[in-house]
Design a protein around this ligand. Sequence first.
Ligand code: TMP
Length: 221
Amino acid sequence: MTPSGSGDKAHRGLLITFEGPEGSGKTTLIDALSEELARRGCESLQLREPGGTSIGERVRSVLLDHSSRGMCAETELLLMEASRAQLVREKIQPALEAGLIVLCDRYADASTAYQGYGRGLGEKLVERFNKFATGGLQPDLTFLCLLPPAEGRDRLKQRKTDRLDREDHEFHDRVYEGYQALASSGHPRFVVLDASVTPDAVRDDAMSHLARLEHGLLKFL
Ligand code: TMP
């Protein structure tokens, strides 16, 4: 597989990923952006991690089901990467080659934040597994929806929770720290969004970033 993404335009589409702690409103934002893009005549494909393929969705069930309570950190990372490897080859790469905008609800940065920081496996180790699973495919753009963990916890009270949602406060604080570290890494693909405002305001913020992008996206919008 040819690695592509920012810096290497081997494909014609765009890979946009959405990251953030629990309850940060990523899924609502992706739905809103997809609608907005469709109104402008841009076809997009929505995917999620873990999952997004038939194999990946089965892996997702194993990862998130409460019956998997005893799962060790290493197994958790490997299953996340297994789902990712399948998604990249079965869905993302073909969609990019067909020129689509791919909107992916979480990607490799989630393993950095959750397994690297949250589980304490370390950024460097996770980076190696991420590279293997993605074949080096990097997002063109990553929206980091940042919301303090306490606010995320309040939002979670209104929905059904999974195994990872139920981890203790310290775990989610470390995940947040991981996302903050990515946000301050200075890498140009990261766009930080304040997720504590209304869903419409988050969408408008994201759209204004898309419209300002000089490379790639202008040909779509
Ligand atoms: P979701 O709730 O955003 O659908 O994500 C599923 C859960 O999986 C969420 O708690 C974050 C977690 N996750 C990881 O721990 N590592 C990963 O690499 C990914 C993609 C998700």
